[in-house]
Design a protein around this ligand. Structure first.
Ligand SMILES: Nc1ncnc2c1ncn2[C@@H]1O[C@H](COP(=O)(O)OP(=O)(O)OP(=O)(O)O)[C@@H](O)[C@H]1O
Ligand SMILES: [Mg+2]
Length: 476
């Protein structure tokens, strides 16, 4: 039997078993070299839903032939070797999981836009949905809503005419705990384009321990069900971007800082990149696929600690001479200092100019104020207070906070300077006793947290069942 005959028989044998296999949408992947069908060419089907590409099949025939004539391996010896087992074919077919398989590209068809241009959510609608969750940060919400809206439009018109609308990648700067990650997560929830949120912290230059830079695109691919076309129209948010700043006076090769920025240049600008499917780095065992990042919108975000110091230094230096000279500490308590950021400041922080040039839209989030803290406590759809009220409602106890108590919590949070995350820590602390004591006593109907209780000068007001009062406003 010639090689080709053999191949054909295998092909035929397996056709029936493949028919009832319903993942036709996914590309076949060579079981030996892990290349997908679009790269390696037509696959040869083997039993148990495995496939092998022509090259690998040929190689194995060659190997067999060489052995026959050259006598490289003595099979009788092989079986007696310790640790040698028979292969279990069933195990092998499990090796390439669905996670690692790419959806087939539809031949000849143009990319189908994900969104219908007449039903786009307008920027004010996107912002309204953000408003339900995120307090303040009006400017940031506006910029992002418009960016997303334009992104939708670009995706929708992509295949329509010659005028190509270019994307504008964004850089978001804001103090810790001011809602950067939260904003994007909320956005992800209300959008229906694929959106991947990734961290820059684990990225390293290819070849070093850590994730390859292309893994950010892999995440988007996973978010789009391994559908390359869909992923090419998605949004990638890269958090903690400040952590890849160039290290100052580093004598070794900077594999997790500057090199990552350099590696990201081509992604940001738009190019064909080879990405690992279902894995974080390229190696022999993962299939690769090509994704064009031309239409992928990148949003980078970071806290950029100490950036305010750099801005302050620049501002005071600028005006240090002449009559208009500012006092040295003029900007020390300026909450809006970050808004004055320029590319020069970011460069001083350690971002390379080529990187910054590819993020044309730079916007900042404000540090939270006392009023914002109070609002964050009670207003968003899943506000912390609402969460605790729900918890106690299960015990049929009503939980209330006086205005004064809210202010006192906000003041405490301001002191910690860790943003809105401090709120949870503070509330957790004094709710402990209440959560412990309340279920003991069935007659309690309402608990009111007072300013005195927060400030450790008094206790909460406990009201018995049947005597509940509406919210006390006395201390406000
Ligand atoms: N403006 C806001 N409105 C409502 N909730 C907020 C706001 N800012 C922060 N929070 C709350 O604080 C939490 C932490 O915020 P987030 O994770 O967005 O911080 P961050 O800006 O990403 O900080 P970091 O730079 O440290 O990562 C959020 O989960 C959210 O509950
Ligand atoms: Mg964050």
């Amino acid at each position: 039997m010639s090689e080709q005959d053999y191949v054909d028989t295998i092909d035929n044998n397996d056709n029936n078993s493949n028919d009832n296999h319903n993942d036709d949408e996914y590309e076949k992947v060579c079981f030996v070299c892990h290349r997908p069908e679009s790269v390696a060419g037509k696959m040869i089907n083997l039993p148990n839903n495995m496939c092998v590409c022509n090259d690998c099949m040929q190689k194995s025939f060659d190997a067999m032939n060489n052995m026959n004539f050259g006598g490289a391996i003595d099979y009788s010896q092989l079986m007696n070797m310790p640790g040698v087992q028979f292969l279990n074919i069933d195990d092998m077919s499990q090796q390439i999981s669905k996670q690692q398989r790419v959806k087939k590209k539809k031949e000849g068809e143009k990319a189908t836009p994900l969104v219908d241009i007449h039903n786009l959510p307008a920027p004010h609608k996107i912002k309204a949905s953000l408003d339900e969750y995120v307090v303040g940060q009006e400017y940031a919400k506006k910029v992002m809503s418009v960016a997303v809206y334009n992104h939708y439009k670009r995706v929708a018109t992509d295949s329509m005419d010659d005028i190509e609308i270019e994307k504008s990648n964004m850089l978001m700067i804001g103090p810790t705990g001011s809602g950067k990650t939260y904003l994007v997560k909320t956005l992800a929830r209300i959008l229906d384009v694929p959106l991947a949120i990734t961290d820059a912290t684990s990225l390293t230059e290819a070849g070093y321990i850590g994730d390859d830079i292309e893994s950010v695109v892999s995440k988007l691919l996973a978010a789009a069900d391994n559908d390359v076309e869909k992923a090419e129209q998605g949004i990638i948010f890269i958090d903690e971007i400040d952590k890849i700043a160039k290290k100052k006076n580093a004598s070794q090769r900077d594999v997790s800082g500057e090199s990552v920025q350099q590696g990201m240049l081509k992604l940001l600008e738009g190019s064909e990149v080879e990405v690992p499917v279902g894995a974080n780095s390229k190696n022999a065992m993962v299939p690769l696929t090509t994704v064009n990042t031309k239409n992928i919108l990148f949003i980078c975000g970071g806290a950029f600690p100490d950036l305010d110091g750099i801005i302050k230094e620049r501002l005071t230096k600028q005006s240090a001479i002449g009559f208009g000279a500012d006092l040295k500490d003029k900007y020390d308590h300026d909450k809006k200092i970050l808004e004055k950021v320029t590319t020069e400041d970011l460069r001083n922080f350690g971002m390379i100019p080529e990187f910054l040039g590819r993020l044309p839209v730079v916007f900042t989030l404000q540090g939270l104020t006392e009023d914002m803290y109070v609002k964050i406590l009670e207003e968003p759809k899943n506000a912390i207070l609402k969460q605790y009220q729900k918890l106690l409602a299960l015990d049929e106890v009503k939980l209330d906070f006086t205005e004064g108590a809210l202010r006192a919590i906000a003041k405490k949070a301001m002191e910690k300077d860790t943003g809105a995350r401090a709120l949870r820590a503070i509330i957790e602390e004094f709710m402990l006793d209440i959560m412990y004591e309340i279920p003991k006593d069935d007659s309690i109907g309402q608990v009111t947290i007072t300013q005195e209780y927060i400030e450790n000068t008094g206790g909460p007001i406990i009201t018995l069942r049947g005597q509940e009062v509406p919210r006390l406003e006395s201390q406000a």
